[in-house]
Design a protein around this ligand. Structure first.
Ligand code: ZN
Ligand code: ZN
Length: 274
């Protein structure tokens, strides 16, 4: 739904010679929507799992992928807002789930409240209005105004007519214009979903050295990178921990850091350079 298959399809076609199909009559809006009519569930992995299960049940296929995006505060950078795109791949035969997550500061939810349409000019420039769609709606505190939430607008004349209709019918001072963050309305988000798809495909190409199942991946770090001068252990990652996604295989592996670093520079050591 919402054109994600057009983003992920080519990736799966190229790497696995597999087609990404969207089952008919699949309405994933029951799992929550961006504009807030259906509240979104908190546990993203669980939502992904249920979406993929539903798709596989409807289509009868043994492989399923599902996507879920979120917009909000950045998990580590204070005061920054971001877009996170999550994907799941499920394989019923091998009984595995493989996830991927990508965070972007470039794709974000933006909104303004305005009294006159001319106040939205900078906002439109900032979000790239035209390729990026918007939603025009009454302020949050107004109830029972669903039919006054105008989504998917990319033409100025549509924004204008929505704006005027809300003003006229509801007699409100301020009107909200916000980015429509649904995939087909947001080129910035499409890029993040593509990147998440690339990561998912990459992870699926990584096979467990023990049982050969796809999705062998890093899940944590072993911390304690020692100082090259005094040997004191820091809290920086020393090794990567990898594991197999199969419940029948408990194989795990320690691997050296991707950058090859084996010790900490004394300038970063708390003992040598307090
Ligand atoms: Zn394995
Ligand atoms: Zn040191």
């Amino acid at each position: 739904m919402h054109g994600k298959e057009q983003i992920l399809g080519p990736l799966f076609q190229e790497i696995f010679n597999a087609k990404v199909l969207v089952p008919q009559d699949m309405n994933t809006d029951i799992f929550g929507t961006f504009s807030g009519e259906v509240p979104r569930k908190k546990d993203i992995k669980d939502v992904l799992r249920k979406k993929a299960d539903l798709g596989m049940r409807i289509s009868g296929h043994k492989y399923g992928i599902a996507s879920e995006g979120s917009f909000g505060p950045h998990p580590w950078i204070p005061f920054a807002s971001c877009n996170q795109e999550f994907l799941i791949f499920k394989d019923l035969e091998r009984d595995i789930e493989v996830f991927s997550t990508v965070i972007s500061l470039n794709s974000r939810a933006d909104s303004i409240q305005i009294q006159k349409l001319s106040e939205a000019q900078d906002f439109f420039r900032k979000i790239g209005f035209g390729s990026q769609g918007v939603i025009v709606r009454p302020p949050e505190n107004l109830k029972n105004c669903e039919k006054y939430i105008f989504k998917g607008l990319r033409e100025f004349r549509d924004v204008e007519s929505a704006f005027l209709q809300i003003k006229r019918d509801l007699n409100v001072q301020k009107i909200v214009i916000e980015t429509d963050n649904r995939c087909h309305m947001s080129p910035r988000r499409q890029k993040v979903i593509f990147n998440s798809g690339q990561l998912l495909v990459e992870t699926l190409c990584s096979l467990c050295p023990e049982c050969g199942v796809p999705g062998f991946e890093m899940f944590d770090y072993l911390r304690g990178l020692p100082c090259s001068e005094c040997g004191t252990r820091s809290d920086k990652p020393q090794k990567e921990l990898w594991r197999c996604p199969s419940k029948n295989c408990t194989y795990q592996e320690e691997r050296g850091r991707l950058d090859g670093l084996q010790s900490l520079d004394p300038s970063e050591c708390d003992e040598c350079n307090p």
